[in-house]
Ligand binder design. Structure first.
Ligand code: GRG
Length: 303
């Protein structure tokens, strides 16, 4: 197995962009108040309970790769993080994965109860679309690109993407490992939103169609590699870094890359995906360097 080297600079890049995203999220999020304050409290709880902010950072990096800036895309990058937070809350519910801990903290329903957690997820999802629509209403011009991005993100989050992947994931629990099914689950459950994040950044920054296509290909490849890395961390990860239980996939009979291909071959597949992702960026100059480093980081991360 070949070792992949991650540049030290990527950690600084991630940290700086994460600070920017966190600041914007704080500005966008409502304070818990009024009769419905409990649901706002629950939304804020998961949104600010840690998290790497990898999807919004990818959105920013997708913009920067074609000469755009973080400012051009921050509202959309934040909207994507709201969608991600919703998916985690719902994923942890007893009717889904029934997890008690995430990011080292009790899951949303453990703190607020199942009904409030369900509503908090629903309102994070809907708030994401409010945020993108009001950004469009504020902006002069470029509305077509924004509508295209909203359409892309809605598809990636819904039955054609994340929800579809989750559907197959839960319906195949306990069934025989199958390579076609596991690829479908991972590309949809996790890969779709990751690919949409980086592609959205490129579209909003005015990337041309060839650039958008290449970035989308890159996103699909790192998206699949990201979930394979998650499968491997569920076996080899450190509970303290992960902030959640290890080994849960096996207990639940989940179809994962290691259950289909074994750990060693899963690592080889990951490395090949990252190589292909980086090749997709051949036509880009040094402004795409963070994307190349993010691809390598995705399979080297510890949590
Ligand atoms: C529609 C009822 C309903 C539920 C939807 C679609 C869905 C629930 C859940 C799928 C989302 C999910 C949990 C995918 C797994 C992807 C994954 C590896 C999540 C963790 O992402 P990180 O590592 O998390 O980016 P942090 O904590 O860094 O934000």
């Amino acid at each position: 197995m070949r070792r992949v080297k991650v540049s030290k600079g990527i950690e600084k890049y991630l940290e700086e962009r994460k600070i920017l995203v966190d600041k914007a999220l704080k500005e966008f999020m409502p304070e818990p108040s009024g009769l419905a304050g409990d649901v706002i409290r629950a939304m804020n709880y998961t949104l600010f309970a840690g998290g790497k902010r990898i999807r919004p950072v990818l959105c920013i990096a997708g913009s920067e790769a074609v000469g755009g800036s973080a400012d051009d895309v921050v509202p959309v990058a934040c909207a994507i993080e709201l969608i991600h937070a919703y998916s985690l809350i719902h994923d942890d519910l007893p009717v889904m994965d029934n997890d008690d801990f995430r990011r080292g903290k009790p899951t949303n329903h453990k703190v607020f109860g199942e009904a409030v957690a369900l509503l908090a997820g629903d309102s994070l999802l809907t708030l994401a679309f409010n945020l993108m629509a009001s950004y469009g209403l504020d902006k002069n011009g470029e509305k077509k690109a924004l509508l295209r991005v909203i359409d892309l993100i809605a598809s990636a989050a819904g039955y054609k993407g994340m929800v579809g992947g989750q559907m197959v994931d839960i319906s195949y629990e306990g069934k025989d490992p199958d390579p076609t099914v596991v690829e479908y689950i991972h590309r949809h459950k996790t890969g779709a939103l990751i690919a949409a994040s980086v592609t959205a950044g490129t579209i909003l920054a005015g990337g041309n169609e060839e650039e958008v296509k290449s970035i989308n290909r890159y996103g699909q490849q790192i998206g699949l590699a990201f979930q394979i890395a998650d499968d491997i961390l569920n076996i080899e990860g450190d509970r303290n870094v992960m902030g959640k239980g290890i080994g849960s996939d096996k207990v639940r009979g989940k179809i994962t890359y290691p259950s289909v291909f074994g750990i060693s071959e899963s690592k080889n597949i990951q490395t090949r995906l990252i190589d292909h992702a980086i090749e997709s960026l051949n036509r880009f100059d040094e402004r795409a360097e963070p994307l190349r480093d993010l691809a390598r980081y995705i399979i080297k991360r510890k949590g």
